[in-house]
Design a protein around this ligand. Structure first.
Ligand code: SAH
Length: 352
């Protein structure tokens, strides 16, 4: 199979083309065609000579992801199901909010972190996505929005999978998204969410301009371990230590995500413990009321629980906001994505 140029960074294109005796500006031209102009064929690249286009077409290809299913929520959220070249299924979501158009991308088919409350984990791990497949989700969302006169304004790595368990492909994707010649999104507009893989968090912090969000979800190791097996490797203290020891600097902030689960991690004592843990960190807390899914026994908290947390955290000088539940009616809300894995599981368990 020809080498796919989709998902290649400017540096990778430059190296590829220099091996063919081409000047660096050729790579910049092709890079812009791929990500700014969303080209799907070399024929479109009209500022390249016919012979260069031919040469490219002989060696390379440009993959393109089209959804096999599109679902639109009553609140404007849109979910795409993409079937990959090997038949695996992944999902992406566009979340409109005022002027903002946030695309939530998947980084793995399934996930191996095993968080007990998440539908993606419940369905098991299949494989890492390539940068072509990650960027392909953004390219399609961008095309979809352009047809309505809109643009992708933000990208969050919060769909299926653990981004930092696939850190190399995710770093390449961040580079393409934040490059002026690519999507031109500022680092503030790109967020990587992780269950807390500390060494990779450091890598993202030092080597990219993206924002980091970490899913804490509990205030004691006992509870966190029960919810998130990864806590055995990176317990709460290590994550808080990371948040405390690095100054995110101007234009950057850390986000702590906290999923509120009824009777598990949502008590007043939890709120105080969270306040004490985070009071010397430069963080913003995102409170997420639990979205129920068929894989888990957990329940959503009673209405207004996030208000109690918000008020208590405020006393510790910590800013907290509630994440609105979006796209719940099309199973596009946090923790509800599972691609086509559901069908496989159904077969495995002999369900209808
Ligand atoms: N693996 C990454 C990103 C994917 S999950 C991570 O762990 O951060 C994105 C967010 O959704 C995380 O904060 C996760 O804790 C949260 N989440 C997972 N399942 C959820 C559910 N059922 N309801 C609400 N939030 C959930």
């Amino acid at each position: 199979m020809k080498v796919d140029l989709k998902g290649k960074t400017l540096k990778e294109l430059t190296d590829l083309f220099s091996g063919m005796g081409k000047e660096p500006y050729r790579a910049r031209q092709v890079f812009r065609w791929l990500y700014e102009k969303l080209a799907t064929s070399f024929d479109e690249m009209t500022d390249l000579s016919r012979s260069f286009r031919q040469e490219l077409a002989e060696r390379f290809r440009i993959s393109w992801l089209d959804p096999s299913e599109t679902r639109v929520s009553g609140d404007g959220t849109v979910k795409f199901l993409f079937t990959l070249e090997d038949g695996e299924g992944i999902e992406s979501v566009i979340i409109p909010d005022g002027e903002r158009r946030t695309v939530c991308v998947s980084t793995q088919a399934g996930c191996r972190m095993g968080c007990r409350f998440c539908a993606t984990a419940g369905a098991g791990f299949v494989r890492n996505l390539t940068s072509a497949e990650i960027i392909g989700q953004v390219c399609y969302a961008e095309k979809f929005l352009r047809e309505r006169g809109e643009r992708v304004t933000n990208v969050v790595f919060m769909g299926m999978g653990e981004p930092l368990d696939n850190v190399d492909e995710v770093m390449k994707s961040i580079e393409i998204l934040t490059s002026e010649l690519g999507f031109g999104l500022g680092g503030k507009r790109v967020t990587v969410s992780t269950c807390g893989l500390v060494p990779e968090m450091k890598k993202i912090f030092h080597e990219t301009r993206a924002q980091i969000a970490v899913s804490l979800n509990a205030t004691t190791d006992r509870v966190r371990e029960r919810l998130m097996p990864v806590n055995r490797k990176y317990p709460i203290a290590e994550i808080v230590d990371f948040l405390r020891s690095f100054d995110p600097g101007p234009g950057r902030k850390f986000t702590v995500e906290y999923v509120l689960i009824d009777g598990v991690n949502d008590s007043v004592e939890d709120a105080h413990r969270l306040g004490r843990l985070l009071k010397r960190c430069r963080v913003k807390v995102n409170l997420i009321p639990y979205n129920e899914n068929e894989f888990s026994p957990f329940r959503s908290p009673p209405e207004g629980r996030e208000e109690v947390f918000r008020e208590i955290l405020h006393r510790y000088g910590i800013q907290a906001i509630k994440r609105q539940r979006r796209g719940g009616d099309i199973e596009a809300a946090c923790g509800q994505l599972r691609g086509k894995i559901r069908k496989k599981l159904a077969r495995q368990y002999g369900e209808k």
